[in-house]
Design a protein around this ligand. Structure first.
Ligand SMILES: C[S@@+](CC[C@H](N)C(=O)[O-])C[C@H]1O[C@@H](n2cnc3c(N)ncnc32)[C@H](O)[C@@H]1O
Length: 303
């Protein structure tokens, strides 16, 4: 099967799309675009970098256009990419999110004056991203935020060793169906077989490894699931796939999950059937070493 190539969304693509569409359906959520948005706060108040490896953001940040994205299933709090971008990149660096969703990473990239590249298999998601980037950042000139439809398994327009930082939250297999109604070819959230899902994520990891510069970073947020009252350690398997490519692990951050849609539903069963509700995800921060590969866990930590 030929993988979809990257296609850039221009401002006129976005305005033409807006003429015909005022809302986009992602899974079962109706998401409005093209409204007259009022931004009361461009940047967060008193933002402090996290200094420990357990992160908890009970309130999803609402600055800039983030407040519009509460309905996008599986999006991350802007505090996640903000922490990563500030720690692992500098102004004018290039940031990539190959699963851009509602645009959280690129909104932060714009606010923090980085050059952003965001990709999603779902054209609707890329239009939400274009819409949420359509605000005045108060700067006369700022690095471009590029949005593409495309497949994270095929970063064909991105040269080798050109990205300073990847920040992303991939879809999980068979949990949130991002293209439930239109069943988009290549949407990894539609894969039902877990081994097939990891096979495809191996291609994603190889592409990410190819485009990241030596010595630079890649942060992946990923969680586990539960089956027959047992925890399925999906995240560690994904971590291993990235290590096999040649990344080395810089940090494993535990990120609390607040206000999940299914919490109330499972609360009673957790006591009656005796299992604990999953309440964290892993935020793996990898580094691509400089130098030569030597084996399956290919590099030494010093590289
Ligand atoms: C967990 S969401 C990302 C949410 C995002 N971090 C945010 O804050 O809005 C995962 C995204 O991956 C997209 N996706 C699924 N398969 C893909 C593929 N093969 N390539 C690129 N994007 C894909 C889905 O459409 C969905 O928008």
């Amino acid at each position: 099967m030929e993988l979809q190539a990257m296609h850039k969304i221009t401002q006129s693509d976005y305005y033409n799309f807006l003429e015909l569409n005022k809302e986009i359906i992602i899974e079962d959520q109706h998401i409005t675009i093209g409204g007259k948005y009022i931004i009361t706060q461009l940047q967060p108040d008193n933002f402090e970098l996290e200094i420990e490896n357990i992160w908890s953001f009970p309130e999803r940040g609402k600055w800039a256009t983030h407040y519009l994205n509460a309905k996008y299933r599986g999006n991350y709090a802007p505090q996640v990419p903000r922490n990563i971008i500030l720690r692992y990149s500098m102004e004018n660096d290039t940031i990539l999110d190959p699963f851009i969703g509602s645009g959280t990473t690129l909104i932060e990239s714009k606010l923090l004056k980085r050059h952003g590249i965001g990709i999603d298999i779902n054209k609707g998601s890329t239009m939400i991203t274009m819409d949420r980037l359509n605000f005045n950042s108060g700067e006369d000139s700022f690095p471009e935020q590029e949005v593409y439809t495309g497949d994270a398994r095929n970063l064909n327009k991105i040269p080798d060793d050109s990205i300073d930082l990847v920040v992303t939250h991939p879809p999980y297999a068979n949990i949130i169906a991002y293209s439930k109604n239109d069943k988009i070819e290549g949407d990894l959230s539609r894969i039902t077989d877990i081994n097939e899902y990891y096979k495809q994520m191996r291609t994603v990891a190889a592409e990410i490894f190819r485009v990241v510069k030596g010595g630079k970073y890649c942060a992946i947020l990923f969680g586990d699931s539960r089956k027959y009252k047992h925890q399925i350690p999906l995240s560690f398997r994904l971590m291993d796939i990235f290590l096999e490519q040649g990344f080395i692990l810089k940090e494993d951050v535990i990120k609390f999950q607040h206000n999940t849609k299914t919490r109330q539903y499972w609360k009673k069963a957790s006591v009656e059937k005796n299992f604990l509700l999953l309440a964290y995800e892993h935020l793996f921060i990898f580094r691509k070493p400089e130098g030569k590969a030597t084996g399956i866990y290919k590099y030494s930590m010093k590289a």
